[in-house]
Design a protein around this ligand. Sequence first.
Ligand code: 5GP
Ligand code: ZN
Length: 114
Amino acid sequence: MDECIFCKIINGKVPSEKVFESENFITIKDINQHPEGHSLVIPKKHFESFINLPENLYQEFVEATKKSIWKLEEEYDFEGFNLALNNGKVAGQIVPHMHLHILPRKRGDNFRFV
Ligand code: 5GP
Ligand code: ZN
């Protein structure tokens, strides 16, 4: 997947700010820091959609997500968070490499979750 921006990040060809890493997942800060701390949990292998994620990675995916949230809690002061997984253009997926958005939330942050 030569053209995939997330594959390039995973291969170290494009810089990113790492939040957490496990054997098969990496969590990075989203380039768009809205809301503050906005991060992405990304499988290291290129799977286009959540539906393509192999079953043997389900547990690690959930664990990577929880550990990423704990890491973010050390850095940011937030009271809650949204998790979002856009699958397909019609659902707002722009980067065709599966990723889970972690969207830290606090009262009065004016963030509209779409
Ligand atoms: P999607 O709409 O596909 O669910 O979300 C793609 C996300 O990737 C967007 O929130 C966008 O800001 C983020 N993004 C796109 N290009 C880059 C990049 O080069 N680096 C980082 N860190 N995030 C990116
Ligand atoms: Zn990719």
